[in-house]
Ligand binder design. Structure first.
Ligand SMILES: [Fe+2]
Length: 355
């Protein structure tokens, strides 16, 4: 595995070769690769005012080329950050009662009253799936293309809280020809209940919910990535089965692909260093996961306030193999209702041995 701190000093600084800029204008940003095959840290963007179209196009090109990019210490307010996101495409609607800015989601570990999510609470268990490599919203009919996180308040250094990325384009390149032929034109079927069960297979609330009882959504597994022209493995912890395959063979293949991309050589890790740090990734070029605790750990103990926007896919694959206009299916309320049924409305803390 490669981390920014380990590799950035040794990496060459590259000037981007623009395809989306204004032609004669010179490149304004520098991209320092953070891993041998993907990911870059971008410098040279002045966030004290909205970036020019030229700079924005350079950032877009960098996301396409590298799969994910890191922008340090941007100083953007929530509204600046959402306005910046809206220039990448159509933002997915999002809302949090913790802050007023629209189209900004709240993946923090905080309740409305500022208390930290603690072990044994439903939100604690719900968040476990984020530790598995996934792409955002593949369980919906309409998929997100870009996701971005901005750091607002970080746990102490050395306690973890990174975001990790897996290079699914290079993993595809490295597949044997037989597997490539098998996967070509195959359709993956995704479920948000499935990934929760994969993360915690014995947790009674998730066990009681059968993914087959709820909508699942279909997306091709191998798609040519619009930002780079390279083929990508669109896999995720949400991937429940592969259509047209024997269930056992499908399970084995999904596990093999997930294990493949988890190998350290395909993984890069990004640490948020200060509030205002921003990461943007392309879900159709990389998978990602929450890096979890390190050292003495942060979860259950320290605030990790991060905020997020997502931009819908802007390619013909936006709706995958699903009917356009299919509504979003929200798993959260169903899971909450099942939890309440099993453990009682008052029983907010559930003692469960994850191992
Ligand atoms: Fe995610």
């Amino acid at each position: 595995m490669s981390t920014l701190t380990e590799t950035s000093q040794a990496s060459p600084v590259l000037r981007l070769n623009l395809s989306g800029g204004t032609g004669s204008e010179p490149s304004r940003i520098t991209c320092t690769p953070v891993h041998p095959t993907f990911g870059a840290e971008i410098a040279g963007v002045d966030f004290s005012r909205p970036p020019s179209d030229h700079v924005l196009n350079e950032i877009k090109d960098a996301v396409g080329k590298y799969g994910f990019v890191v922008l340090r210490d941007t100083g953007m307010t929530d509204q600046d950050y959402v306005d910046f996101g809206s220039r990448f495409g159509e933002l997915a609607p999002a809302e949090s009662r913790r802050f007023p800015t629209k189209n900004l989601a709240d993946p923090s570990n905080l309740y409305l009253d500022g208390n930290i999510v603690k072990p044994g609470e439903l939100r604690w268990f719900m968040a476990k799936e984020t530790a598995l490599f996934h792409v955002d919203t593949s369980y919906d009919a309409r998929r997100a293309r870009l996701t971005s996180i901005i750091a607002r308040q970080l746990p102490p250094p050395g306690t973890g809280g990174a975001t990790e990325f897996g290079d699914t384009r290079t993993a595809y390149d490295d597949l044997d020809e037989e597997t490539k032929a098998l996967l070509e034109d195959k359709v993956g079927v995704h479920s948000h209940f499935h990934s929760r069960r994969v993360a915690l297979p014995n947790f009674p609330t998730f066990k009681a919910l059968d993914p087959w009882d709820y909508p699942m959504h279909r997306h091709k597994i191998v798609v040519t990535h619009a930002g780079s022209g390279r083929k990508d493995l669109y896999i995720a912890s949400h991937l429940h089965h592969i259509e047209g395959m024997d269930p056992k063979e499908s399970d084995e293949l999904i596990l093999r692909l997930r294990k493949m991309v988890e190998q350290p050589k395909y993984v890069a890790k990004v640490y948020y260093q200060q509030p205002g740090d921003v990461v943007i990734w392309d879900n159709t070029a990389v998978v990602h996961r929450a890096g979890g605790n390190e050292g003495e750990g942060w979860s259950g103990k320290h605030v990790r306030d991060i905020r997020k926007w997502m931009v819908y896919d802007n390619t013909p694959e936006e709706w995958g193999m699903n009917e356009r206009g299919t509504p979003k299916h929200l798993a959260g309320p169903v899971i909450q209702a099942m939890f309440d049924e099993l453990h009682g409305i008052e029983g907010k803390v559930y003692d469960f041995d994850e191992d």
